[in-house]
Design a protein around this ligand. Structure first.
Ligand code: CTP
Length: 209
């Protein structure tokens, strides 16, 4: 299972809170895994990459929908790679009608979304699942990624420095550091997202067989 893209949290029928994730890294992971012979479910909040024979695509919009889709598909899955940029907050209420412009400032009340990875940690069927998270960071890169690995109970975390324009969200290339609880496992220097995906799957493969 691979998740991809940035979730969108509706404000009203025409507006949403979102982020810059394009879904390209998750799409690349899904494709490379499929080509390697895996049965792949891609749960995506981004535009899926056309029709790909054999790829099971689940379209979602919000963090809640992505969490529900992950929980539905997780039974029987061996590997979950959470490449999606999931919103941490959503508007506390969604207006059924388009909100009209008013004078002055406007405050939007936000409430937390659930942490999908952290919620899986508690699930009983988590034991058989190899879980890989992504850490999109702009500061204290290794420290932040290692803290996420621990807090979310991950097997691996893929660290991505999104402050660099050449490998920021939406870029065609990426450069990542793969970390386990024992420390840095691999560094994949800047290359295409397909090549990064192949590198990540190369690190996962011996750990699940
Ligand atoms: N993630 C998740 N559910 C959320 C938020 C994030 O499962 N509500 C997952 C992401 O898919 C990613 C990992 O957690 O694999 C880390 O996401 P990131 O946005 O880097 O971290 P956050 O936990 O959101 O922390 P922060 O935004 O404070 O850096």
């Amino acid at each position: 299972m691979v998740t991809a893209g940035g979730t969108r949290e509706p404000i009203d029928p025409v507006r949403f809170l979102g982020n810059r994730s394009s879904g390209k890294m998750g799409n690349a992971l899904a494709h490379v895994a499929l080509e390697a012979g895996a049965d792949v479910t891609l749960i995506t909040a981004a535009e899926p990459p056309g029709t790909t024979p054999g790829l099971d695509v689940v379209r979602v919009e919000t963090a809640q929908e992505m969490g529900d889709a992950v929980r539905r598909s997780v039974r029987g899955a061996r590997i979950l790679i959470m490449a999606a940029a999931v919103a941490d907050y959503r508007p506390a209420s969604v207006s059924p009608v388009k909100l009209k412009k008013r004078r002055g400032t406007w405050s939007l009340e936000l409430e937390p979304t659930e942490d999908i990875l952290a919620s899986l940690r508690k699930a009983t069927d988590r034991r058989e699942l190899f879980v890989v998270g992504f850490a999109a960071e702009t500061s204290d890169l290794l420290e932040n990624a290692q803290a996420k690995l621990r807090q979310k109970g991950l097997d691996l975390i893929v660290l991505n420095d999104v402050s660099r324009p050449d490998i920021a969200m939406g870029a065609d290339e990426n450069e990542v550091t793969i970390i386990s609880s024992d420390g840095v496992v691999d560094v994949i220097p800047r290359t295409t997202k397909d090549a990064v995906a192949a590198g990540i799957l190369g690190v996962i493969r011996p750990r699940v067989s």
